[in-house]
Design a protein around this ligand. Structure first.
Ligand SMILES: *Cc1c(COP(=O)(O)O)cnc(C)c1O
Length: 740
């Protein structure tokens, strides 16, 4: 190979960090690309013979419908990248056959044509070129597999309707199917599945977008995908290994960055234009999710787009609502986004039905070529809802023998239904432990365990076991949440409540700042969110921070409220927000969190404070206000709020404007049946949770009762361990669990 393309360079860089004697990478991060490729071979049932072919991943294959402009776009991309341009029709097929393509189609007919075309392609070996495929090439799988050895497939995703119009003007006559009199719309529709099944990078084109602009998008996407790496919020160059390449799989497995910071992508937030968002209108939740997550997971060698699609499809098929996360009207300009239709009835399912699959994918990719496969222990601290969602997500994985989950929940301050949900969850790989303390204790204990090198080494040496996190500090957990914010906005457009481009406010009950950070990312991606309203309960440290610029733990103790999932004082994901708003100033972020550790507080400079003010409004509510909101909303609208959503409702009322407001409904009310009955002044003394449900069902609420909660309430609790709030006890329990 004479030329070293960027892609190859990337592979080498990745291998570098594998061999580097790095203190942090341990032996988990073995993402030699060879492994990934092997994984991909399997997934795509690649013929064994081609597995050992020397790969020259330096060409670019443009694919897409006939009429999507591949030939012209190919020429422009070629000149932008300074690579030779090959048009399959003109430079391969016609010389090969010695007759024009349209004549060949006429002679042999549609089906044979695809075969003939494929055979010609099998003899074609591109070197470092931009290749414009024909519209029908992707329909012949062996040829596509052959080409896969030589480069990257870019799917020029143009709206079919545009193409129909364009083809009518061009009077094209060499498209398979046309000769049989099939309508162009149906031909395009049918072809779509082949493009969808084979691309590495999708470029979403605007309606009637110019070919120059599409070409620029392609070049940009190719560059971004080569540079798709992650850094810590506290250290720009992790451990000064400047050539370290941290992949998506790495960050999913690792959870927390080695310096105590959080992983973020080492680039700006991907943005879609309104015209690109418009292309998502009318698609299912799953199809929207694919297109949104593809913008972030650019490194298709970490997760191929086809795998990603499969995971997304599976994740959201377990929801009790076809729309997954629908937006419904509440009253006036207020709308509720119902994020509780997943199997454990909180919004956390939206991330945690997907993330475990990404985790397992990363584990497979990592150990594909190793004879011994590493074990993983996911350690989770939960304020009530994360635990159930993590347990449900991980227990559903197929063939999982090497991923265990241990959940610590605080005995003080979670609802009895949450506790029952977690302690009744079945699965050999699950362990659920109560700690006689609060959430902050559980969360800091887990952070300490993560930072305890000797303990980690011990687990590694004795059990070949690595620990990881599934809290919203894990990037793989946070990322899927961006999807529903965008989908919620687009849903309002689809319902005709707003027009694409209109601004809306979003109000979010906030604890660890994951949900609202995801809304921030959606806004950065181009969703026209106006204000992000951060709603807290009596633990209103975030309200104070956003009002004063000072984050001060020193004077606070955690209060127990009836919205326990936001009873949090150390709001982890705020760190990512500060990182982004400071323009990626990791030194600044590090100093904030050093100060927080040393003196219990930090303060942001006024310049940064004003930037934050442009984005965030923060407020809090009391227990009384929260209960009153549940009762009054029920009486006025027939809609039943859970206590967390009620916190947001109180704050939303106080900050209403003339814009529509989406209130994030983060849990189904039945998950907090006790507090809801109390708020409604319905007597529940001496009643069991099952009897609470009978009372609530009798109210005929909107939304209706939650199907999965109703069946879970019948299950027996089997995890009954309770520990003292002592880190040594907890480490002992971990040892015991993984020696099982
Ligand atoms: C986890 C949770 C929250 C808080 O979400 P963050 O992303 O941590 O801010 C709010 N409401 C409910 C019901 C939750 O489970």
């Amino acid at each position: 190979m004479l030329k070293t393309s960027g892609v190859i360079l990337r592979l080498l860089r990745s291998d570098c960090h594998f061999n580097a004697p790095s203190s942090y990478l341990h032996n988990t991060f073995c993402l030699k690309n060879q492994n990934l490729e092997n994984h991909r071979h399997e997934k795509r049932s690649r013929p064994a013979s081609s597995q050992h072919t020397a790969r020259q991943l330096d060409s670019i294959f443009l694919m897409g419908s006939p009429g999507s402009g591949k030939t012209t776009i190919g020429r422009i991309v070629g000149s932008l990248l300074n690579k030779p341009v090959i048009d399959i029709d003109d430079h391969v097929l016609e010389p090969h056959w010695g007759i024009p393509v349209s004549q060949k189609l006429h002679e042999v007919g549609g089906d044979n044509f695809i075969l003939e075309e494929g055979k010609a392609l099998l003899e074609f070996t591109p070197i470092d070129s931009v290749v414009s495929l024909t519209g029908s090439n992707p329909m012949y799988a062996p040829a596509m597999e052959h080409l896969r050895n030589y480069g990257t497939f870019v799917f020029i995703d143009v709206q079919n309707e545009d193409i129909v119009q364009r083809l009518e003007k061009m009077k094209v006559s060499r498209i398979v199917g046309q000769e049989a009199g099939v309508h162009m719309r149906d031909i395009l529709q049918y072809r779509q599945q082949f493009y969808e099944a084979g691309y590495d990078i999708r470029v979403i084109c605007e309606q009637f977008e110019s070919q120059d602009d599409i070409a620029k998008k392609i070049v940009k996407a190719l560059e971004a995908s080569k540079a798709d790496t992650y850094i810590s919020t506290r250290n720009e160059k992790l451990d000064n290994h400047t050539n370290q390449f941290i992949t998506f799989n790495d960050v999913v497995l690792k959870g927390l960055a080695p310096d105590g910071g959080l992983f973020v992508p080492d680039r700006t937030v991907p943005e879609l234009s309104l015209k690109q968002w418009n292309r998502l209108i009318g698609l299912t939740f799953q199809d929207k999710a694919v297109r949104i997550l593809e913008q972030w997971i650019l490194d298709f060698r970490s997760v191929s787009q086809q795998d990603l699609k499969e995971y997304i499809k599976k994740a959201y098929s377990s929801f009790n609502c076809l729309k997954v996360a629908p937006v419904v009207h509440l009253q006036g300009k207020q709308y509720i986004q119902e994020l509780f239709h997943g199997p454990t009835a909180s919004f956390k399912d939206l991330a945690l039905q997907l993330m475990p699959q990404l985790f397992q994918h990363a584990v497979y990719s990592c150990s594909a070529s190793k004879s011994t496969s590493a074990r993983f222990l996911i350690l989770v601290a939960t304020s009530g809802d994360t635990g159930g969602a993590v347990l449900d997500g991980f227990r559903k994985l197929k063939d999982v023998t090497n991923i265990d989950v241990m959940v610590l929940y605080p005995q003080q301050g979670i609802s009895s239904i949450q506790q029952q949900q977690m302690t009744s969850m079945q699965g050999d790989n699950l362990h659920v432990v109560g700690v006689d303390s609060d959430f902050d204790f559980c969360q800091s204990t887990i952070k300490s365990i993560f930072n305890n090198d000797s303990f980690r080494e011990e687990l590694n040496e004795k059990h070949n076991c690595q620990i990881s996190a599934a809290n919203s500090i894990n990037w793989g957990r946070l990322l899927p949440q961006v999807v529903y914010h965008a989908v919620g906005y687009l849903d309002m457009v689809e319902q005709g409540i707003i027009s694409l481009g209109d601004r809306v406010d979003v109000c979010i009950p906030t604890g660890n700042f994951g949900n609202i950070l995801a809304a921030f990312y959606a806004k950065e991606m181009g969703i026209p969110f106006n204000r992000l309203i951060c709603a807290s309960n009596a633990n209103n440290i975030l309200t104070e921070f956003f009002q004063t610029g000072r984050y001060d733990l020193s004077q606070r103790t955690l209060l127990q409220t009836t919205s326990p999932a936001i009873d949090i004082l150390k709001s982890s994901n705020l760190e990512r927000f500060l990182y982004h708003l400071s323009g990626g100033d990791s030194g600044f972020v590090k100093s904030c969190y050093d100060n927080l550790a040393e003196s219990g507080s930090f303060e942001v400079p006024s310049e940064l404070k004003s930037k934050i003010d442009e984005l965030i409004v923060a407020d809090s509510c009391t227990e009384e206000e929260c209960h009153k909101a549940i009762k009054e909303t029920w009486e006025q609208t027939g809609y039943m709020l859970d206590p967390h959503t009620a916190v947001a409702k109180v704050v939303a009322d106080r900050h209403s404007s003339n814009l529509p407001m989406i209130i994030s409904s983060t849990a189904h009310f039945a998950k907090f049946a006790d507090s809801v009955l109390d708020a409604l002044n319905i007597e529940r003394d001496n009643l069991s949770p099952k009897q609470w449900y009978t009372k609530l069902r009798a109210l005929n609420t909107r939304p209706v009762m939650h199907r999965d909660l109703e069946s879970q309430i019948e299950l027996e609790s089997t995890h009954n361990t309770i520990l003292q709030p002592n880190i040594n006890e907890i480490m002992k329990e971990i040892r015991k669990f993984i020696s099982k």
